[in-house]
Design a protein around this ligand. Structure first.
Ligand SMILES: Cc1cc2nc3c(=O)[nH]c(=O)nc-3n(C[C@H](O)[C@H](O)[C@H](O)COP(=O)(O)OP(=O)(O)OC[C@H]3O[C@@H](n4cnc5c(N)ncnc54)[C@H](O)[C@@H]3O)c2cc1C
Length: 517
């Protein structure tokens, strides 16, 4: 059987392309993970640990890629990482596109198109949140409320978005773009991995695209099947696509820029524990507010930094409540701030009381109710490099990532905030010995950067894969987080979706012109 297009992976890149080609071409969407429904996600820490994807559990939901200096979360399932993200849907500042081969004006209509389906909205209860009030106090005028792909009428504010929403409140891709694709006749194969791809040789006369032969295997094991397709859209996510191409350098050699310019998107996690500053109401509300900054960059251009504020998922709170009091005094990079330094018996008793209260039951009066979790996103230097590890999977090496100006700025700013409210500042989770100095992130980007020249890029501005000499493979695109040529300073899903909208339009044009020739 020959398809017009086979799409490998169902994250933002793959789902958008599938939806836009639906009913217009013969399309197969292949996803190695499972389809999840409401109630199918982990509900306990034990279940979350069991959902780890490894050789003995190939259908697991999540995985860590641990490189030198970085650790990244990767998600597998129908809808990719939209299953486990906070649904923050934001457009970066125009200045982020400086030096890109695509301008923000060119992307305008595609952002709008993606937004018309994702339809993110701001948390209607954002003004009740303690962290919003706190940001207004410490950073007047800098607060920007985020928009999330969440149906707030169903949201229980448990904050378990990151292990998968069991309430049916998150408008993840399996509830937005993928149903459009299915209604339009796109064939879906879940629990199936594309394991090989061979370019077919062109027949001299036809003028048609020769296409590719793909090998597919059930993710949990089984016989390999092969099929032919005129076009391939590789949308396996940053690491999924890098894995795929790194293992196929013999049959699909690409440019010298492959694996370069990887970014963490300035990701890092900080906590201000047991501050004494009350957070109102819901313990686990999704991340919904932020303070935005621009800092001077080493290249003379200002860099965007976003400090997103929120609280940890409720699922892990009982365990965290017990571990934090013991761990925080021991953790490197942790320090007492503000009021906690000057000893006052009343304040110390208050802190202890909040901790004990949490151990009995996590509630609005305990230490976690006055703990802030800060997630940093920023325009880092994109100096990470892909490495194919001994296990055959790509990891990102960036040994000095912790010294990036974005992280230094975050540390300094959070330190300043902490001085005002007290508590213990857990400076950066990556400094924990368990993580061996790695900063942990969930927005890995780059490695197949888009651009004009094979010296600096792996795909062209229409996301067509380049050969080593800069010519493009006919009908082979990479459409996911790996094509971003730098960090965005805001979470990346909307920009990936906009680039996918643009690539889908170009791909449709190619299919039409091929059919009429
Ligand atoms: C915990 C967490 C929170 C986040 N929060 C936000 C947020 O609030 N806002 C935001 O904008 N971004 C957020 N992100 C990041 C965002 O979700 C990702 O950047 C985005 O999903 C990447 O999209 P993608 O198209 O690159 O593919 P992915 O979403 O990574 O999906 C790729 C899919 O391809 C499949 N695949 C890979 N290889 C193969 C193969 N060979 N065969 C078949 N299938 C394959 C994978 O199983 C996976 O399902 C978060 C991520 C995480 C993990």
């Amino acid at each position: 059987m020959t398809y017009d297009v086979v799409i490998i992976g169902s994250g933002y890149g793959g789902s958008v392309v599938a939806a836009r080609l639906a009913a217009k071409a013969k399309v197969l969407l292949v996803e190695r993970g499972r389809r999840y429904g409401r109630g199918a996600f982990p509900t306990t820490v034990t279940q979350l640990a069991r959902a780890y994807r490894r050789a003995s559990n190939p259908l697991g939901l999540w995985q860590l890629r641990l490189g030198d200096g970085t650790g990244n979360g990767v998600v597998s399932g129908l809808g990719g990482a939209s299953l486990a993200n906070y649904g923050i849907t934001e457009r970066p500042l125009d200045s982020v596109f400086d030096g890109w081969a695509v301008s923000p004006r060119e992307l305008d209509p595609y952002y709008e198109r993606a937004l018309s389906v994702l339809a993110p909205t701001a948390n209607p209860r954002r003004h009740e949140l303690g962290d919003a009030a706190f940001l207004d106090r410490v950073e007047p005028g800098r607060r920007v409320d985020l928009r999330n792909t969440i149906d707030w009428t169903r949201c229980t504010f448990c904050g378990n978005c990151v292990s998968g929403c069991n309430e049916g409140a998150k408008r993840s891709l399996d509830r937005t773009f993928i149903p459009i694709a299915e209604r339009g006749g796109v064939e879906l194969r879940c629990e199936t991995e594309v394991v090989d791809c061979t370019p077919l040789v062109a027949k001299a006369n036809k003028g048609q695209m020769p296409g590719y032969q793909l090998a597919l295997r059930p993710t949990a094991g089984g016989p390999i099947a092969s099929l032919k397709t005129r076009q391939v859209v590789l949308a396996g996510g940053c690491f999924g696509s890098l894995d795929f191409l790194a293992r196929r350098r013999g049959t699909l050699p690409t440019t010298q820029a492959f694996g370069e310019r990887m970014s963490m998107n300035g990701d890092a996690l900080f906590f201000l524990y047991n501050s004494g500053e009350p957070l109102s109401g819901e313990h686990g509300a999704p991340l919904s507010t932020t303070a935005r900054f621009e800092i001077p960059g080493a290249d003379g251009h200002p860099k965007a930094v976003t400090i997103i504020s929120g609280r940890m998922p409720m699922m892990i709170m009982p365990q965290v409540a017990r571990v934090m009091p013991l761990l925080t005094p021991l953790l490197p990079g942790t320090r007492s701030a503000g009021a906690e330094r000057g000893f006052s018996p009343f304040a110390a008793a208050g802190r202890l009381w909040r901790q004990l209260r949490d151990v009995a039951k996590v509630d609005t009066g305990g230490a976690l109710a006055s703990t802030f979790m800060y997630k940093l996103d920023g325009q880092d230097a994109a100096a990470g490099r892909a490495r194919l590890s001994a296990s055959g999977e790509v990891v990102m090496d960036w040994p000095r990532y912790g010294d990036d100006p974005v992280l230094r700025f975050g540390r300094e700013r959070l330190g300043r905030w902490a001085e005002q409210v007290g508590g213990r500042l857990v400076d950066e989770v990556g400094s924990w010995p368990l993580l061996r100095g790695r900063a942990f992130g969930v927005h890995p980007l780059g490695g197949c950067a888009l651009g004009d020249s094979p010296d600096r890029a792996v795909v062209d501005p229409h996301l067509r894969l380049m050969r080593p000499n800069g010519s493009t493979y006919p009908g082979f695109r990479v459409v996911d987080a790996s094509v971003l040529p730098g960090s965005l300073g805001v979470p990346p899903s909307l920009t990936i979706a906009a680039l996918a909208e643009r690539a889908a339009e170009a791909l449709l044009g190619e299919l039409v012109s091929c059919a009429s020739s």
